[in-house]
Design a protein around this ligand. Structure first.
Ligand code: CNA
Length: 266
């Protein structure tokens, strides 16, 4: 145990120097970070993909063609999973990353999560690569609806429908088979391409194109730090690897609290 702690402490010292000396740090987060808030991820052994839901594979429920033909099945699944997000609070990973930004050490935070927890924690430079459950639109006339308007309808077991035209309302989440928002994608390519340090937290790095973002940083020889319990699909010969998100984020928060805010040259 003491040996494990010593290894962690040694690696964390290297991380501190990387953060302090990096002029441009980008972060990519995945569903793993929100497991500490109680939201299951997809690919852990206890994740959502380990089970089927009423004989459906969750991957199938989350494809755009399935949604178009079976919105009632999507919403029946999402009722138990994604429309109780108000029950969940940001954890130390979210708050540590918000602090990294407040102290002036973060260029951009890209998340694959749709759970709104980074924004709740106070992150502003946050790009939600797969969209967010916060916003919804009518699939026909594009009228806007918020999470708080839609959630009570879903929780009573109904499919939310547009008050203007009666068509099905869809969350602004990127389903399998849909393209990512072009602006977010171009920001990601730009920032990961110029970053001096890339941190990846709680992602299996399976889902493209987000899984490839760290490669843009690594291919220029800049360091990559991965924090994940399981082996990731891409690891780009990571400079540092940590496995325990809780231990990592607590240490990061403690370090950042004591760190002088970066003086910005304007
Ligand atoms: P994933 O494929 O489920 O991978 C999560 C990774 O986190 C796994 O490799 C786990 O080993 C790791 N992990 C889980 N808990 C811990 C822990 N305590 N310490 C260390 N590692 C841990 O998730 P990705 O984000 O890579 O996949 C992308 C999908 C998942 C995106 O499309 C998301 O929209 C989608 N998703 C989002 C949420 C959410 O918003 N909270 C929840 C579930 C799925």
């Amino acid at each position: 145990m003491a040996e494990k702690e010593a290894v962690f402490a040694k690696k964390f010292e290297i991380l501190k120097a990387l953060i302090k000396n990096s002029r441009s740090t980008v972060v990519l987060t995945g569903a793993g970070i929100s497991t500490l808030s109680g939201i299951p991820d997809f690919r852990s052994s206890s994740g959502v993909y380990a089970t089927t839901w009423k004989s459906y594979q969750v991957e199938e429920i989350l494809s755009i063609s399935f949604f178009k033909h079976n919105p009632e099945i999507f919403y029946a699944w999402a009722k138990e999973y994604w429309y109780k997000l108000d029950d969940y609070k940001p954890n130390t990973v979210h708050t540590a990353l918000a602090l990294l930004e407040q102290k002036g050490y973060l260029e951009g935070l890209f998340t694959q999560n749709i759970d709104m927890l980074h924004k709740k924690a106070g992150s502003r430079k946050c790009y939600e690569v797969h969209g967010s459950a916060e916003h919804h639109h009518c699939t026909n006339c594009n009228a806007y609806y918020s999470y708080h308007w839609v959630a009570p309808i879903v929780l009573t077991g109904q499919v939310p429908r547009c008050t203007e035209c009666g068509s099905v309302i869809k969350p602004d989440i990127v389903f399998y088979g849909e393209n990512l928002d072009g602006f977010t994608l171009s920001r990601a390519y730009e920032m990961f391409n110029h970053a001096h340090l890339c941190l990846v937290l709680g992602s299996s790095l399976v889902v493209q194109p987000a899984a490839s973002f760290p490669a843009y940083t690594v291919h220029r020889g800049a360091p990559l730090v991965i924090v994940n319990a399981q082996k990731t699909s891409f690891d780009g010969s990571a400079t540092l690897r940590f496995t325990d998100l809780q231990q990592f984020s607590e240490a990061l928060e403690k370090y950042l609290v004591a760190l002088e805010p970066r003086k910005l040259l304007v």
